[in-house]
Design a protein around this ligand. Structure first.
Ligand SMILES: Cc1cc2nc3c(=O)[nH]c(=O)nc-3n(C[C@H](O)[C@H](O)[C@H](O)COP(=O)(O)OP(=O)(O)OC[C@H]3O[C@@H](n4cnc5c(N)ncnc54)[C@H](O)[C@@H]3O)c2cc1C
Length: 333
């Protein structure tokens, strides 16, 4: 087997090689490989938009390319869809928006594949995948067995699921089932969305209006990975206890930005990074983006090691300033 460059397969644009690279376009193909014996270690790759490679991968990359778009059930109010894990997430959203099926319009323009969406329960603008997900089908890479689990068994949390824990590295997700609504209650509560809709002169927005608003907001705030290597938010927003929040607030001159969530107080990681003086700060060919402090950027030619060193420096400086250790959202290999 020949090694393959992963430069085109990760949105950071990091140039590393994989020892082996297999494209999986069907379940039958995957089963064939499992029967032959996939050389270990291995991992599943989608669009590479939530991965930071820090070195060559001395194993097998299973590039997921399983495509499908099937209506399983439909009535006047809803549609139950099965989407192949290899379908592009944003293209899937656009297809649903065009058809007037609501529920994922706030997740417009999130890069990556459909199969990776449940891994970290993708979310944006007040919506998370778990709100529309019915089931996930996967193949256990160790046994070759097929499984289908419902939403309640996915153990969804904030950028978390069973696939990042108990099933980490074991599941090849090949299909995601969604329930979308033909008469959806649109979520436009975010100030940015309201302002955009006002700009459009829209008083009673449609699913397509909300999607368009989200796309324009994201394009104005987030760097396009095709132009500037990045993987979106690099860190999770930390959730601290009320006691810890009081301590952070007491030691900070000014108001600490925060939101109440069921399990404590959420502080925006981007705000913490900005207050630590790191927004727009460059370290060689890397740095935190000037418009969005939460986005770690490859300004060109940076290695994965350089990027991870910058991420660790940001963690250190935020910890020194606020006593909060930021957790990485991106998968580091
Ligand atoms: C500009 C930008 C903006 C972003 N904005 C958001 C946002 O608003 N909200 C958000 O939640 N995320 C966001 N992200 C992160 C990213 O787009 C999502 O996490 C996306 O779901 C990753 O999909 P992917 O196919 O690229 O996954 P990859 O990066 O290829 O993989 C991510 C992880 O999932 C595993 N995996 C992938 N596919 C499968 C599969 N079929 N079966 C089993 N395991 C699999 C991989 O092994 C890896 O551990 C953003 C990223 C970028 C670059």
């Amino acid at each position: 087997m020949t090694s393959k460059s992963l430069k085109e397969f990760n949105t950071f644009g990091v140039d590393v090689n994989a020892k082996a690279f297999i494209e999986i376009d069907s379940i039958a193909r995957l089963k064939e490989e499992i029967t032959k014996g996939i050389s270990k270690p291995y991992f599943v790759l989608g669009g590479g938009s939530n991965i930071l490679f820090t070195k060559d991968y001395e194993g097998t990359v299973l590039k997921n390319n399983v495509k499908e778009f099937t209506i399983l059930r439909e009535n006047k109010k809803m549609v139950h869809l099965a989407v192949g894990a290899g379908n592009d997430w944003h293209e899937t959203v656009m297809k649903c928006v065009e058809k007037g099926w609501g529920g994922i319009e706030n997740l417009s323009l999130i890069p990556g594949s459909v199969g990776a969406a449940p891994i970290q329960n993708i979310g944006a603008y007040g919506c998370e995948l778990e709100q529309v997900l019915l089931a996930v089908s996967y193949i256990n890479l160790e046994t070759g067995e097929e499984h289908k689990i419902g939403r309640d068994d996915c153990q969804f949390g904030y950028r978390d699921s069973i696939f990042k824990n108990e099933l980490k590295g074991k599941a090849f997700i090949y299909r995601v089932e969604l329930k979308l609504n033909k008469e959806p209650k649109l979520n436009t509560k975010y100030g940015d969305i309201k302002a955009k809709l006002k700009d459009f002169g829209v008083k009673e927005p449609s699913i397509a209006d909300v999607s368009r608003a989200i796309i324009e907001i994201r394009q104005s705030k987030l760097p396009d990975p095709k132009e500037l290597g990045n993987s979106g938010s690099f860190f999770k927003n930390p959730v601290v206890s009320r006691q810890q929040f009081r301590e952070v607030q007491a030691s900070y001159d000014g108001e600490v930005r925060h939101f109440k969530v069921p399990d404590g107080i959420k502080i925006p990681a981007g705000w913490l990074i900005e207050q630590a003086g790191l927004k727009g700060k460059k370290y060689g060919n890397t740095g935190m983006h000037a418009k969005q402090a939460l986005v770690l950027v490859n300004y060109g030619g940076a290695t994965g090691t350089e990027l991870i060193e910058t991420a660790k420096e940001v963690q250190k400086q935020v910890f020194d300033t606020f006593g909060i250790m930021l957790e990485m959202e991106v998968n580091v290999w």
